[in-house]
Design a protein around this ligand. Structure first.
Ligand code: SF4
Ligand code: SF4
Ligand code: FES
Length: 554
């Protein structure tokens, strides 16, 4: 360790650090454009200039290593003057686009212009005009006039995405960011350049002009597109999700996420096939019913059959809490040993950065809470065999479209009763006799366990119709439903859906089983008391960066 002083604060820091890193680690912000913690240092913007005693000139803090006894000033008169000059220089040709720019409200140039510039320009001449609205690839557009040539996007594509397609051409104020001839910015991680661009030069085709940033709320959660579990923020306006952005977690996704997860993983929430309340098959036709009627029907049907005639299939899409309650319900309340789990690993569709072949968020979680049956019977073959022999007559499926596989769909024809939890209409709900509308990852609180055993929290970003009213025994009238749905406008209506564990707990209670939990945290507490992998874990311990399962830690 070496002793340094920054702005009068004495610090002991690792000698391998730069001044920028040492300052950041100790909560001192040095303004910067081109430096990014996950990329190589380019040192081209000069915004991070600081004064170091005994050095003749100001130095760039992003590329200057600390040394014993260094005395650094980040806010001296000389530094402030130099910063003002850098800001004035950068703004000479920058267009006055803030009122129409997607980045406004989260733009470094805008923020720093308020904080570090003198608020006036001496430049009287015409600004240089450059191309606008250029398509760099399928997901990203470029406004060259707004580019401050920090080269973050170039370094990201070379160093992280390993696709060298971006470069600068021309010189001086005429510099232009472009793609190499015959190439385009088209890789599985291309949209990360939009996040790291410090200005509004790079915009996302999916989110462009949908909302100003201050109109949206943002909620810390986890992407459910694959077993990586990238940490994300969910951005919502009027109860509608407009975008996902990556949230830093060094142990999971660094600062990145893939384009597929970013653009598609949340589309299920406002999907055109989204279910809005439970359905029961009556005279061959599925009709919408209230929760009380649906739950009574499930209870009545389950009472009709013997315990070994009933089987359950857990879900790699549902949370740990949902799977745990489901497993307890099938094993303890119904008393059946018939429980199985369907894996969704897609061969060949993973890479070395983030993307996993398992396209579900919680396979490991479902297995570790005991929702996959006895060891060695984790698949569903034993259940399908039971159905084809006529030994299993009722199947209860938790949040998984198992009938999307034609072979499984064929086997389900032998069933007398199919009960399904789902968020959208799919092949399995089409075959079901009772459908219970489940809330999506963006509407509930809970935990999921990623492929290497990190338990992480998902949080509700979108409201659903208030849960407790009907589960406490009060049926929700049609008018209540209408009023709740129309609480917000646009696509962001509130859906009539429930967390799966709540639905199951209500059914279990009606069957005389003891399942009284006030919240998902209550369920998790019981899991931590009963399952060794979860011992000593809690929601506060998991926090916003996750915590690793005990077995994996060993
Ligand atoms: S487009 Fe953005 S990230 Fe790329 S060089 Fe320009 S300012 Fe930097
Ligand atoms: S790698 Fe997986 S978890 Fe991460 S953003 Fe992509 S789909 Fe989502
Ligand atoms: S952040 Fe140091 S030169 Fe750009």
């Amino acid at each position: 360790m070496v002793k340094i002083t920054i702005d009068g604060k004495e610090l002991e820091v690792d000698p391998k650090l730069t001044i920028m890193q040492a300052a950041a680690q100790n909560g001192i912000h040095i303004p910067h454009f081109c430096w990014h913690p996950q990329l190589s240092v380019s040192g081209n913007c000069r915004m991070c200039l600081v004064e170091v005693e005994k050095m003749p000139k100001l130095v760039i803090s992003c590329a200057t290593q600390v040394a014993e006894g260094m005395v650094i000033k980040t806010d001296s008169e000389k530094v402030v003057k130099a910063r003002n000059a850098v800001m004035e220089f950068l703004l000479i040709n920058h267009p006055l686009d803030c009122p129409i720019c997607d980045e406004a409200g989260e733009c470094k140039l805008q923020d720093y212009a308020y904080k570090y510039s003198i608020g006036a320009s001496r430049f009287q001449e015409d600004k240089i005009h450059k191309p606008k609205r250029l398509e760099l690839g399928p997901h990203v557009l470029l406004d060259v006039e707004r580019c401050i040539m920090c080269s973050r996007c170039i370094r990201f594509t070379e160093e992280i995405a390993h696709q060298s397609v971006l470069t600068f051409t021309e010189r001086s104020t005429h510099v232009v960011l472009t793609t190499f001839p015959g190439t385009q910015l088209d890789n599985p991680y291309s949209m990360n350049v939009v996040d790291i661009c410090p200005v509004g030069a790079l915009t996302s085709r999916d989110f462009r002009f949908k909302a100003r940033v201050w109109e949206m709320s943002s909620t810390e959660s986890i992407c459910v597109g694959c077993a990586r579990g990238c940490n994300i923020n969910i951005w919502v306006r009027n109860n509608e999700i407009l975008r996902l952005t990556p949230r830093e977690n060094k142990d999971v996704n660094s600062s990145w996420m893939c384009d597929e997860g970013r653009v598609n993983s949340f589309k299920i929430v406002a999907h055109e096939r989204r279910l809005n309340g439970p359905l029961i098959r009556k005279d061959g036709i599925k009709v919408e019913v209230g929760w009380d009627e649906a739950i009574s029907k499930v209870v009545m049907e389950l009472h009709t059959y013997r315990k070994y005639e009933i089987a359950g299939i857990s879900s790699a899409y549902a949370t740990n809490e949902d799977n745990y309650i489901f497993a307890r319900f099938i094993k303890d309340v119904i008393g059946s040993k018939n429980i199985g789990f369907l894996s969704h690993i897609q061969t060949g569709s993973e890479d070395d950065l983030l993307i996993r072949a398992d396209k579900t968020p919680n396979s490991l979680g479902a297995l570790s809470v005991g929702a996959a049956g006895e060891k060695g019977t984790a698949g569903i073959d034993h259940i399908l065999k039971g159905i084809s022999k006529g030994a299993i007559k009722v199947l209860y499926v938790l949040e998984d479209d198992i009938a999307a596989d034609p072979k499984i769909a064929e086997a389900l024809k032998n069933l007398e009763m199919l009960i399904v939890h789902s968020s959208i209409r799919n092949e399995t709900t089409a075959k079901a006799d009772i459908v219970l509308s489940a809330s999506t990852f963006a509407e509930k609180h809970g935990t999921i366990t990623n492929f290497n055993g990190r338990v992480q929290q998902i949080r509700p970003a979108v409201e659903i119709i208030e849960q407790e009213r009907s589960l406490d025994g009060m049926a929700m009238s049609r008018w209540d439903k209408f009023a709740a749905q129309n609480d917000s406008w646009g696509k962001g209506i509130k859906r009539d859906a429930r967390s799966s564990w709540r639905i199951i707990a209500a059914i279990a209670s009606a069957m005389g089983g003891k399942m009284k939990y006030a919240s998902e945290e209550d369920v998790f507490k019981e899991m931590s008391e009963r399952i060794s992998e979860f011992k000593s874990l809690s929601y506060p311990k998991i926090g916003n960066q996750g915590a690793v399962l005990n077995e994996i830690k060993k």
